[in-house]
Write a protein that binds this ligand. Structure first.
Ligand SMILES: [Zn+2]
Length: 212
């Protein structure tokens, strides 16, 4: 079988890789959110630093996944191992954005409930000639995934999920309204917020037991 890369599939691939990179950067931010938010620290106004020696991470080492790989999982300053979890989260978010680009964005939303958003396919017709509603829905689902991932990370850490983060679900539901979408996702958002709340109740119970 002959494999030929047409111009269009090359544009698709480059676009999906670029979106995957954006997803990996979001994953990098989620690592920070999951670490700092339960501690009540600001998630934006301080650059990343090594949790062991407190040295700021250099900009050129702060590249998602790759930074961890070329540092061989060690801090450049103190040599302490850096958990592979950071790189894994970045990779998963990158992969999710990459795959979502192909199944949602480049198909014109053909897999969406209620049918496609545009009749166009491919990155050229849907991204570089922007179909804003479709791009909005892609960004929306990316945001839902990021929200889910941030809560999963906090649950893995056995921390309470900050109420601010749970309340972000309300923003997601308002966004659905703006995107003029049927409220299929709203049910998922509400379920997840409920699960997050129940997790907090469970942890509060556990903490009061271990205090006694
Ligand atoms: Zn260090």
């Amino acid at each position: 079988m002959e494999f030929r890369l047409s111009a269009n599939s090359l544009i698709d691939l480059i676009t999906a890789l670029w979106l995957g990179f954006v997803g990996a950067c979001i994953g990098s931010f989620l690592n920070v959110v999951a670490y700092r938010m339960p501690l009540g620290m600001s998630v934006i106004w301080k650059p990343s630093h090594c949790p062991k020696c407190n040295h700021a991470i250099r900009a050129y080492d702060n590249v998602p996944v790759l930074g961890w790989l070329w540092l061989k999982g060690k801090c450049r300053d103190c040599g302490e191992p850096i958990s592979p979890r950071y790189a894994i989260v970045e990779f998963l978010m990158g992969a999710a954005f990459f795959v979502l680009a192909y199944v949602e964005l480049f198909t014109g939303g053909a897999n969406l409930r209620g049918g496609p958003i545009t009749e166009f396919t491919g990155a050229m017709n849907n991204v570089w000639v922007p179909q804003w509603q479709l791009i909005g829905i892609y960004a929306y689902h990316g945001l839902c995934l990021a929200w889910l991932m941030s809560m999963v990370l906090i649950i893995i850490d056995r921390q309470q999920i900050p109420l601010k983060l749970i309340a972000f679900g309300a923003v997601l539901i308002v966004m659905l309204e703006l995107l003029e979408r049927p409220h299929v996702e709203a049910a998922g958002v509400c379920l997840l917020a409920l699960a997050a709340y129940l997790n907090n109740v469970r942890i509060a119970k556990f903490q009061s037991k271990s205090k006694r």
